[in-house]
Design a protein around this ligand. Structure first.
Ligand code: AMP
Length: 311
């Protein structure tokens, strides 16, 4: 199986109480791909500017991810995001968002990217997510992430694309904002009635919750003493979650598969937050991932499904 992902490929400037980085490689699709590539073949889709160097392209290619559909736009500037975290890392302020090459991007996917069985619409303008969804008619499993900015300025388009996916992965408070429902379970069930059969509510350092028509499963974040930069944790979680599903899709999506997918997402996100930017996922090794997945069994019950990782 292969996974096609569209979403931001970015330069991020980030300030946390533990340090500061200027214009490091980031973006929702980038973080997703670094995680999902441990589990399956990934194909990235999106534009970058000519300020995007070969070193950054090499990181996108980690573990064999395919970048044939990453377009370097001559004279263009790469998407830029700047954020600052509060002292406990639970609050984040966006200081700048520059869409740059994404502003006039019109995705035209290669045959190979259109043919993927799994599609992840990572955070970007909902209109672009919709264009990519329309080109991937063969996809058997489609998941989507978004954020408050798009709920604020492109709500109708966002609702339209949510109606065409199997799984919505969204922050807890954004689910409430999107539906106007203060209760998380009611909010998730409203989404379940509109197309998706799976909703995952991301809850930052408190973990994540999986809600389907008949099931509820919550997993705390992996407990860590050192967290330096939470940027991209949600996308890394999604990479582990969707990557595991892609790996198991042939056998059907049982409750056990979904619970194991939650565990992989949670374990991989923990490596992301221990270092700045993409550093943690670039260097992560399979035994360490397996150890954390197995360890999560202490906090919530699931029957482990063994998978060999791609390294
Ligand atoms: P997360 O911490 O999971 O919310 O993801 C942070 C990543 O999302 C950063 O690497 C940013 O480059 C990217 N990002 C921030 N704002 C946006 C946006 N409006 N659209 C797409 N990606 C964004």
């Amino acid at each position: 199986m292969s996974i096609t992902v569209v979403g931001s490929i970015a330069f991020d400037s980030v300030e946390t109480p533990f340090g500061q980085r200027d214009r490091m490689l980031g973006g929702a699709a980038t973080h997703f791909a670094l995680a999902a590539s441990l589990l399956d073949q990934v194909r990235l889709v999106g534009p970058v500017g000519d300020d995007f160097g070969d070193a950054e392209l090499a990181v996108l290619r980690t573990r064999g991810s395919n970048i044939d559909d990453v377009e370097r736009v001559a004279g263009g500037k790469t998407f830029f995001w700047k954020g600052k975290y509060g002292w406990d890392l639970n609050t984040r302020e966006t200081l700048d968002t520059q869409l740059n090459v994404f502003e006039h991007f019109s995705p035209k996917l290669s045959e190979a990217s259109r043919a993927s069985d799994v599609l992840f619409l990572a955070n970007i303008q909902p209109g672009l997510q919709l264009q990519v969804r329309q080109q991937c008619e063969a996809a058997k499993f489609v998941a989507l992430d978004s954020m408050n900015l798009w709920i604020d300025i492109a709500r109708d388009e966002l609702l339209a694309i949510i109606g065409q996916v199997d799984c919505l992965v969204l922050n807890d408070e954004e689910l409430r904002q999107l539906t106007g429902k203060p209760n998380l379970i009611s909010a998730a069930h409203e989404i379940l009635g509109s197309g998706p059969s799976i909703v995952v509510a991301k809850q930052g350092e408190y973990g994540s919750a999986l809600i389907t028509k008949d099931d509820f499963f919550a997993l705390p974040a992996y407990p860590l003493h050192t967290v330096v930069d939470p940027t991209g944790a949600g996308d890394t979680f999604a990479g582990g979650f969707v990557g595991f599903i892609a790996r198991q899709l042939g056998g059907g999506l049982s409750g056990d598969v979904l619970r194991n997918a939650m565990a992989y997402g949670t374990a991989l996100a923990s490596f992301n937050v221990e270092r700045f930017g993409t550093e943690g996922l670039e260097s992560v090794q399979a035994p360490a991932v397996h150890e954390r997945v197995a360890d999560l069994d202490r906090f919530a019950r699931f029957d482990p499904i063994a998978v060999e990782l791609i390294v």
